[in-house]
Design a protein. Structure first.
Lengths: 99, 764, 168
């Protein structure tokens, strides 16, 4: 297998995730897109770890997973707060900082 | 005996008159007429005595030249200490080269000059007294054609350095030599007599004190002028006598004619003074721009390297001043009008002393004139021509006057013409001698006219006089004596002086000044004629006035007699050498003592020409005869000639209008300036200059306005406002980027990252 | 044998990759939020399969357990608590769709270009299984500090989530 295969795949997932972050209206969906991005990064890490016979790739991926979990938890808490205060999770409505 | 006190302290003489002036000025009002006039007479009397002393001292100095090589520091010394040679030797280089100018004068306060020049080494002492009967100097008696001079003493100069500026020294000094001593004597004498005369003439006058104050001031100024050692001082004295003349002519200024006459005198003199000042400056610069000293200037003029053109220009400029002050044609117009002043003033100022200031100036700076105009080698020059014209012009005008003082004024003008002409043809001694004799007989005539008017109820109109011979014998006889002297009849004073002048024009220099001679002769003839007219109209015939005339008091007649006697005998002081009899040294005494030898050109002295003397006597006799026929006998072909011949009538009219000179000056020149030129200047000032200024002003205002509205408001303010507006508008525009939406920020961020990535990947 | 293995792995890879990409696309394009979550599950499962392919067994299992088992459940709870509509939503995308798509494409392009240039034909050598033992050893020796910090992070996230979401 080519290394590039995995890397291309990771790049594709990453870009799809970027699209999702930018284009989705719902906050939860944005978080899902962020998960896509993180997973793409993970694939990258593990692929390189396997290529280079270095366990560090996996270890790092483990850490990313843990951090992702934490982040999702806090993120959803934020979304919940948003919903409680505004009765909607359309993040386009959160524009109080409008200039 | 070396340095007589009166000669080294000659400044005392004008100084005394200054004291007199100040006394009368400050205290005169409190005193009576007697005391005021007494102060004046006293001081001028003292001055007279001191002048006589000075004259005696000078004569003794001439008679006893001290042969002393190691004398006190000389004005002119050569580097090796020898005394400088006499002027006239070819060694002029040594003289000029040794002149160290003011540098050596700075050491001492007063440098006295004692040059002991002896060429023939006549060291024989002689007990010289006034009148010169010494024998020791006979060896050096001058011949008329020889260029040698007798051994004479140099002038005594006492001077103080006023201030020094670089090379230039401004000094304050007095010179005592033959010429100045003579002038001192003349001025003092005439002034004394006038002081005495005025006491009676102006008795009861409204401004008696004022008159005597100015008389003293005038005397002081004139004495100061004739003893000045440098041209700046001479200028001061010149102007001062002009001021006194103005004040005294306008003494009775309540009558506008008098004040007009005073103004005319002053302003006409002013016109000439411009030339005088320029001349002083030119001679200063010509002589090396170090000193105004007259001896220095004269020495320069005689040096071989002198700039002749510069000397000529300087001489002509100086002569402009002489033209106005000494009544030469064409600036003589003020003199007849000046007769508006009191008669003693006319006698003193406008006959004997002030008007001869110009003649004195030329005589003092004679080297400048001699070298500048090249008198020795020409047969005509400007000074002589003007003098000649003045002789005839003045004489002609004397014929048509009805005012006796005006006749005498024109006569004065004519005689001044003689003096100037004499200087112009190189007869220096003749001119000065004529000045001397003229002072006496003209003053005598004027005072006589004053006496006459005193009797004829203060009129000077000869038509209202007549037959006064019977009433005023003293006045008549002194007047006749003065007239005969003026006409130049042998053996009166005028004969000798006038004859010397005419001889000088004939045979003085290399070429004969024939034209001048002719003019002089014509003038002499006319003098006889018009003076006869005066005598006839005044003293003969029937009295045409009102009242009964009477003789004047002794206070007035005694001066007349003194002057009259002087007019008779004074000619004898300068008998020509042709009249020498035996071994006695009595001829040409005047010339012997008065003519300078130091810094003086070598001039020829004409000998006594028997033919010329005879011719003048014959002409005078013919003129007198014609006059006698015309006036006394009323039987002449000339009677009524002007009515018959049209040309003569026209000539008479021209004379009556004084050659229309007054018309020229007042109406054409002054009127031209007052009228068109003044108007033109005013127009130019308002239309052109003011317009320029106003335009500059309005242009500035307009420019300011433009600057304000266009530049300041629009551009500068616009720039400033635009900056602010730009900032706010750009902010307004950029504000919309900040939507508050996180996703938009994220989009921008990712876009930036993408672009950055592209750049990094492709280009780096 | 090796070639066969290679062929099989490649086929497996391409199948899984295709599935993943399709699922990811559906995550970001579907209107139904629950469907999006379920598609996310597919993506995560595919990732786990890839890990197996790469002989990273521990990570694969962890992926399944943590991501699919916990995080997706968390998502579903979040969807429930925020009263997301069960059916399709009308406005699930905002106005930035075009911009976002453009950016994504550009990024993909640049990354692909870079990868192609960098790792053109780099192949995996024989893949050795990296055991759990190795992972544990690495975590608790070399990377002990990050591990501890990670636990603190998790604690912080826990506390933070509770604090944020509590009602008071």
């Amino acid at each position: 297998m080519l290394l590039n295969q995995f890397l291309f795949l990771a790049a594709a997932l990453f870009c799809i995730g970027v699209y999702g972050v930018l284009a989705r209206r719902n906050g939860v969906m944005v978080l899902m897109s962020v998960e896509l991005i993180l997973n793409a990064v993970n694939i990258n890490l593990v692929a390189f770890g396997a290529y280079r016979h270095d366990i560090t790739g996996q270890v790092f991926a483990l850490f990313v997973i843990a951090v992702a979990a934490a982040e999702v938890g806090v993120g959803l808490a934020l979304v919940l707060m948003l919903y409680r205060n505004r009765r909607s999770i359309d993040i386009d409505d959160v524009d109080l900082m409008k200039g | 005996m070396n340095q007589p006190f009166m000669l080294t302290h000659v400044w005392i003489v004008p100084g005394l008159m200054v004291v007199s002036f100040l006394l009368i000025l400050f205290f005169g009002k409190r005193f009576s007429e007697r005391v005021t006039s007494g102060i004046g007479i006293f001081f001028i009397g003292v001055c007279f005595v001191l002048s006589c002393t000075a004259a005696v001292n000078w004569i003794q100095r001439i008679n006893h030249p001290v042969a002393n090589a190691s004398a006190a520091q000389a004005l002119i010394t050569q580097p090796d200490g020898r005394p400088a040679p006499i002027a006239g030797q070819s060694d002029a280089d040594a003289v000029i080269g040794a002149y160290r100018g003011p540098a050596e004068a700075a050491a001492d306060n007063a440098v006295k000059a004692e040059s002991t020049a002896t060429t023939e080494a006549t060291t024989t002492e002689s007990t010289a007294t006034e009148g010169a009967t010494s024998t020791g100097e006979g060896a050096a008696t001058s011949e008329s054609t020889s260029a040698e001079h007798e051994a004479k003493a140099s002038p005594i100069v006492s001077r103080w350095t006023w201030f020094q500026w670089g090379d230039v020294t401004f000094e304050f000094g007095f010179i005592a030599d033959g010429l100045s001593v003579l002038m001192l004597f003349t001025v003092a004498t005439i002034s004394l007599l006038v002081h005495i005369y005025s006491k009676e003439y102006l008795h009861g006058d409204v401004r008696f004190t004022h008159y005597y104050a100015f008389l003293s001031l005038f005397s002081a100024a004139m004495l100061f002028f004739v003893t000045s050692s440098n041209t700046i001082q001479m200028l001061t004295g010149w102007e001062l006598v002009g001021v006194c003349s103005f004040a005294l002519i306008g003494h009775w200024w309540e009558d506008k004619n008098n004040s007009d006459a005073a103004l005319k005198a002053f302003l006409t003199n002013r016109v000439g003074d411009v030339g005088l000042i320029i001349g002083v400056v030119i001679t200063f610069f010509a002589a090396g721009a170090t000193s105004f000293n007259v001896l220095h200037i004269n020495q320069y003029a005689l040096s071989p390297g002198a700039n002749q053109t510069l000397l000529l220009v300087g001489a002509l400029c100086l002569f402009a001043g002489v033209t106005s002050k000494s009544g030469q044609f064409p600036l003589h117009t003020w003199l007849p009008d000046a007769m508006a002043g009191p008669t003693p003033v006319s006698a003193l100022i406008h006959a004997a002393t002030m008007v001869v200031a110009g003649v004195y100036l030329i005589a003092r700076l004679y080297s400048v004139f001699y070298e500048g105009l090249n008198i020795g080698d020409n047969w005509i020059n400007y000074v002589a021509v003007i003098g000649g014209i003045t002789i005839v012009g003045g004489a002609l005008l004397a014929f048509v006057q009805t005012d006796i003082k005006k006749v005498l004024a024109y006569s004065t003008i004519s005689q001044l013409g003689y003096m100037v002409m004499a200087l112009g043809v190189g007869a220096w001694t003749g001119a000065i001698f004529h000045l001397f004799t003229h002072a006496f007989f003209k003053a005598c005539l004027f005072l006589g006219a004053g006496s006459v008017s005193h009797a004829a109820h203060h009129t000077f109109d000869m038509r209202k006089m007549g037959g006064l011979r019977k009433y005023m014998p003293a006045t008549f006889w002194t007047f006749v004596l003065g007239t005969i002297a003026l006409m130049g009849i042998f053996p009166f004073a005028g004969f000798w002086s006038k004859d010397e002048v005419l001889a000088g024009s004939l045979s003085g220099q290399r070429h004969a000044y024939t034209f001048m001679l002719v003019l002089g002769l014509v003038g002499a003839v006319m003098t006889c004629l018009y003076m006869s007219r005066v005598i006839y109209l005044t003293f003969f015939g029937e009295y045409r006035g009102h009242g009964t005339p009477h003789e004047s008091p002794k206070v007035m007649t005694i001066p007349l007699w003194i002057l009259g006697i002087g007019a008779v005998v004074l000619g004898l002081v300068n008998l020509p050498n042709a009249w020498k009899v035996g071994n006695l040294d009595y001829t040409t005494r005047f010339e012997h003592y008065i003519e300078p030898t130091f810094a003086f050109p070598v001039i020829n002295h004409a000998e006594f020409n028997w033919i010329l003397a005879g011719a003048t006597t014959v002409l005078a006799a013919i003129a007198l005869f014609l006059a006698y026929q015309y006036f006394w006998k009323a039987r002449s072909v000339f009677l009524g000639l002007k009515d018959r011949v049209g040309a003569l009538a026209w000539g008479y009219k021209v004379l009556e209008n004084k050659y229309y000179l007054d018309h020229l000056y007042t109406d054409i020149i002054v009127g031209g300036v007052k009228g068109p030129i003044a108007r033109g200047s005013y127009w130019f000032n308002t239309s052109v200059i003011d317009r320029v200024v106003n335009t500059a002003g309005t242009a500035s205002v307009a420019a300011g306005r433009v600057l304000y509205t266009q530049v300041d408001q629009k551009v500068v303010d616009g720039l400033v406002v635009a900056t602010g507006t730009g900032a706010s508008e750009s902010g307004e525009a950029l504000r919309h980027i900040q939507t508050g939406r996180v996703q938009q920020y994220a989009a921008l961020m990712f876009a930036g990252v993408a672009i950055l990535a592209i750049i990094l990947v492709i280009f780096v | 044998m090796l070639a066969e293995l290679m062929v099989a792995e490649n086929i497996a890879f391409y199948l899984i990759a295709g599935l993943m990409v399709f699922a990811a696309l559906r995550v970001v394009t579907t209107r139904n939020i629950v469907h999006a979550a379920l598609y996310l599950v597919l993506v995560l499962a595919g990732v786990a399969a890839l890990y197996i392919l790469l002989a990273a067994e521990f990570i694969a299992i962890t992926q399944v357990l943590v991501y699919i088992g916990a995080i997706v459940v968390l998502f579903l709870f979040g969807i429930m608590l925020t009263r997301a509509p069960m059916g399709p939503m009308h406005d699930s995308d905002n106005e930035q769709r075009a911009v976002g798509a453009a950016i994504a494409v550009v990024l993909l392009g640049i990354m692909g270009f870079t990868l192609f240039r960098a790792f053109r034909d780099v192949q995996f050598d024989d893949l050795q299984v990296q055991t759990t033992n190795q992972v544990a050893t690495s975590v608790f020796s070399t990377y002990l500090l990050p591990f501890e910090i990670l636990s603190v992070v998790l604690l912080a996230a826990l506390i933070g989530a509770i604090v944020l979401a509590r009602r008071d």
